[in-house]
Design a protein around this ligand. Sequence first.
Ligand code: IPM
Ligand code: MG
Length: 378
Amino acid sequence: MSSKKRIVALQGDGIGPEIMAEALKVIGWFNENAGTDIEVSKGDIGGMCIDKHGVPLDDATLEACRKADAVLLAAVGGPKWDKVDYNIRPEAGLLKLRKELDLFANLRPAKVFDALVDASTLKPEIVRGLDILIVRELTGGVYFGQPRGIETLENGERRGVNTQVYTTSEILRVARVAFDLAKKRQNRVCSCEKANVMESGKLWREEVTALHDAEYKDVALSHMYADNCAMQLLRNPAQFDVIVTDNLFGDILSDEAAMLTGSLGMLPSASLGAADENGRRAALYEPIHGSAPDIAGKGAANPLAIILSIAMMFRYSFDLGEEADRLEQAVEAVLGKGLRTADIMSKGCTRLSTEDMGRALLDTLAEGASASKAAASA
Ligand code: IPM
Ligand code: MG
């Protein structure tokens, strides 16, 4: 790789520190063995940041993230901070980071690994080979819409308000990401909303359709109400290639899609901003799973989702497609060897701790590296 890349690592809470430790070893391995030049600095977010600075995302960390080529995040939150004020909860740090960096496109792949087909609660024939990409709008909709709040009415009753709101440009920019990604996959986009009951959904459908007709006629576009999509994901998930949807529906549908794979601990995600004139875009990479406070500190967490998030970072931020493939293949190979953390354990396999899984992955990467060297010199 020609140029130096700077990333900020945010380990956050719960199992965050344990999985981040393994992730950083992987980055170190690529720096030493595969010619990358990635410099890592650390920042604070979530509950640990509240403990340290009184806020879930401090200004110095936010500034560092703004300047970085990419951010790698482990997980935030935990019962310790359940009672803190709503707008300084650990999750608020993550929402602020998304909003401040304008990370409007959230890519959440739900892929079933062959070795883990039996881990799904759905029948193997329904999920085998499944490879869906959910593109979730991440900086708009009901998560950020105004007005919001809880007020007390004159009659003493309380009233909670959130606002679902989308503009044309917010819809178009995320739809564009979905269409562009579909072209590199199976060329199909399903757009989900509730146009039958919500004006914002009606607008969403009209704008996505107009963009499709004007610029993406070669991509197959379908529309689905979000409730139907939730049902279809269970009935026949293989019908989907790329799903594009709003912030709230995307939150829900992506959890459902992740569960189809039977391995929440395996799934990465990317959150991307708009590209500037040099093609550079703000980007945040994180596993889909949370901070799992119940198993924190026990060495039981699965580091593969954050490691696969590094593969997404290689592909989307650093244009290192080959290195991304290599890392993903190493993950498949580790699973192929029957090595498992507790969350994906099955009969006849070997159960590993977080650290041992990290080491197994590095060993497998090294085997792959020497195998390809041998092939090149043969
Ligand atoms: C997610 C999470 C977040 C969200 C929380 C932690 C704020 O559920 O990334 O899906 O609701 O967006
Ligand atoms: Mg969620």
